[in-house]
Ligand binder design. Structure first.
Ligand SMILES: Nc1ncnc2c1ncn2[C@@H]1O[C@H](COP(=O)(O)OP(=O)(O)O)[C@@H](O)[C@H]1O
Ligand SMILES: [Mg+2]
Length: 298
């Protein structure tokens, strides 16, 4: 079934005078794993709350599995891990999981949910006794235990240690391989680069980019050639590479270029001293920074 799992059609969402999302349109197909990226306040959490039907768009339409998101949430299996979620005190983790299972038509067994969410050792603990990291694990197990076909994860790995993050992503990759649709936000760009097959970049409430991580890196991701040379060389470098951005900072000259090989060849032919030479390949981070700078210039 080639049905869109998520569809935003010219969506706007206001909070009073603040426009959290403006004219945002995109579709997510079944089985996609999509990273929603953007600086703080870009509108990521708002977008997730619209998918969940926790908020309604001010204009435009949000559809989930072909229905209005508020209708979809009641009949479809959607699992979510939100930024700020309180767990009801007094309950044991196992009781929470059992309650959560009861909300879904085809939940995982308690044992399977505990294993996949890595909370088997926490089942008898009361919620208020959990540490921060344990809470994140419980929230993840709660998101999984309905065996959902769509997972919405708002900064799921924030505050996790490196080992927990690695285990978390191993589980995510397996879920994605089994055809689940996943939309997640993160501030760790290497997570998006490694695990997402597509990146949506929000910027001031607008959709600024939509592509594979590689496309984003390739499309705007340039390389930086950096070396120590007296600032007197900067003019020469600018004249040699008129199409590149050349900056002088702390005794180093940096050149941003799509073609570092040619830039280096030109610099060496002119005997520009290249002490401490460093070439950094276009990273997702560089790509996003560039998009942001371009946005500011417009
Ligand atoms: N409940 C709310 N009331 C007022 N403003 C809000 C509310 N939720 C979000 N906003 C505003 O909407 C914008 C987008 O916020 P949010 O979606 O949380 O961004 P992100 O998750 O990308 O950091 C911000 O300017 C934020 O202050
Ligand atoms: Mg947020």
């Amino acid at each position: 079934m080639a049905q869109d799992v998520i569809s935003f059609n010219h969506v706007r969402r206001n909070f009073g005078k603040v426009v959290a999302l403006r004219d945002v349109s995109f579709k997510v197909a079944r089985g996609e794993i999509v990273a929603l990226l953007g600086p703080n306040g870009a509108g990521k959490s708002t977008a997730i709350s619209l998918v969940l039907g926790l908020r309604a768009p001010s204009e435009g339409r949000v559809e989930v599995l072909g229905a209005d998101s508020r209708a979809a949430i009641t009949r479809a299996s959607i699992g979510a891990m939100l930024q700020e979620t309180s767990l009801p005190p007094g309950l044991k983790v196992s009781e929470l999981l059992v309650f959560q299972q009861s909300l879904y038509p085809r939940p995982l067994s308690l044992g399977a949910a505990a294993e996949r969410g890595r909370v088997a050792d926490l089942l008898d603990l009361r919620v208020e006794r959990l540490s921060g990291g344990q809470r994140r694990r419980v929230l993840f197990a709660l998101a999984l235990c309905g065996n959902p076909e769509l997972l919405l994860l708002d900064e799921p790995t924030a505050g996790m240690d490196a080992e927990s993050r690695a285990l978390f992503w191993r589980e995510m990759d397996e879920l994605a391989d089994s055809g689940r649709t996943i939309l997640f936000t993160t501030h760790y760009l290497e997570e998006a680069d490694r695990h997402a097959r597509r990146v949506l970049l929000l910027q001031g409430g607008r959709l600024a980019a939509d592509g594979t991580p590689e496309q984003l890196r390739r499309g705007t991701g340039q390389s930086t050639v950096r070396f120590s040379a007296s600032t007197a060389w900067a003019e020469e470098v600018r004249a040699l590479l008129p199409d590149c951005r050349v900056d002088v900072l702390g005794g180093a000259i940096s050149v941003v270029t799509p073609d570092p090989e040619t830039a280096l060849r030109l610099l060496m032919a002119r005997d520009v001293p290249l002490e401490g030479l460093e070439v950094t390949a276009g990273s997702l981070e560089a790509a996003l920074l560039q998009l942001r700078e371009g946005d500011g210039e417009r």
